[in-house]
Every structure is written in structure tokens, then in C-alpha cells.
Write a new protein. Structure first.
Length: 201
């Protein structure tokens, strides 16, 4: 699948439109999580999956009320392919975009976007602030599901979108949560290393 933009240029684009560490962290998290899933389901297109994760919210910080409205122009202007633009637009399906997730990769992106935010918020409740504490009571699947049901916890993470993502994938919600948690645990060190590099450059 054609990407049309290098990771180096993608990072420059991301940092041009995003100054807050939170948004850069979220982009690096989705890039890493998408890479994890790609290595399991689509090894021929790992870089494409990662790029879609990295740039999925490229315009959000600057245009929060018009999220994805400016994305096609931003990405095409930087050389992004039509496939990449379609994938990124599809993660806002039914919310701020009319583009439906069609590819399995697009459905993963749609489902993982909000869920990674919820899991990250849950990890911050641990003294270690790490997703790697899965075996501790506060970070196991049961605990995350409890926080999922608590609408006041991480209110910005849409439970409806997460549930819809599981349905699009034809996965049980528990499976989606567990797979995404495992992905975040596996890539946590990589995410932290990338964040230190990008926020200090």
C-alpha cells in the first residue's frame, strides 16, 4: 500500500501542527499499536499501518472543532497517498467524517484510537504509571472493564466508539481491550523513547 510520505517528514508535519506533549504521545502510541497489530495481521504493510496511526489526528490540536476537515489538504500537500488519506479519514466515521472503515486496518485504527486513551488513563492510576502492571489488580482486564463502565473516568474516551469498533471487527469487547492492552505493553518502551526524542528536538 502506498504511503507517499517518509516517517521523517511525517514527524515534522505532526510537530508543525501539534505542540502539546499529550497529542504527540497519542500519535506515537497509535503508531506503535498499529505496528504491533500489523505485524500480526498484515506484515506486508506494517509501515502503512504505522503511518496511519502516527498521522491520524494531525489536525486535531489546531482545528479541534473541525477535526478531519483540513486533513486531506494537509496530507496531500505533504505527499500523502489517497490510501493513507482514506484510512485516516475513516477513523472519524460517524463522528466527524463520512468515510467508512473498509479495510481491516482501518477498523483497527477506528477501534484502537479511543481505547488506547482509556488504557493510558488507567495506567496513570498506578504508582508506576505503566501499562506493564497488567498482573496487578488495578491494571488487569477486569479493572479496565470497570473503568470502561465508569462514564466519569476518562470522559473524553468515547465508549460508544470503542464498542462500535469491536463490532466492526467482529470481536468481543473483552478481546479488543485485551489485544490493545497487550500491544501497548509490548510497545511502551518504544513509545517513551520516541516521546523523549520528539518533545526535546
Amino acid at each position: 500500500m502506498k504511503i507517499g510520505i517518509s516517517r521523517e517528514d511525517a514527524l515534522k508535519l505532526l510537530k508543525e501542527y501539534n505542540k502539546e506533549e499529550f497529542h504527540i504521545r497519542h500519535a506515537l502510541t497509535l503508531e506503535s499499536v498499529m505496528g504491533y497489530f500489523a505485524e500480526e495481521y498484515d506484515k506486508d504493510n506494517v509501515d502503512f499501518w504505522k503511518m496511519a496511526g502516527l498521522l491520524h489526528d494531525v489536525d486535531y490540536e489546531r482545528y479541534p472543532e473541525e477535526h478531519l476537515k483540513n486533513t486531506p489538504a494537509i496530507l496531500s500537500g505533504a505527499g500523502g497517498s489517497e490510501e493513507l488519506i482514506h484510512a485516516i479519514m475513516s477513523h472519524g466515521s460517524g463522528i466527524c467524517s463520512d468515510v467508512e472503515p473498509e479495510l481491516f486496518m482501518e477498523k483497527i485504527l477506528f477501534a484502537a484510537d479511543e481505547l488506547t486513551g482509556l488504557i493510558y488513563a488507567a495506567s496513570l492510576m498506578r504508582p508506576s504509571k505503566s501499562t506493564k502492571d497488567m498482573n496487578l489488580k488495578s491494571m488487569n482486564l477486569k479493572s479496565i472493564k470497570k473503568k470502561f463502565k465508569d462514564k466519569k473516568f476518562a470522559e473524553g474516551c468515547s465508549r460508544d466508539v470503542i464498542k462500535s469498533g469491536a463490532e466492526k471487527l467482529d470481536w468481543e469487547l473483552d478481546d479488543l481491550i485485551e489485544k490493545t492492552l497487550l500491544a501497548m505493553q509490548d510497545r511502551e518502551d518504544l513509545i517513551e523513547e520516541g516521546l523523549k526524542k520528539e518533545v526535546t528536538c
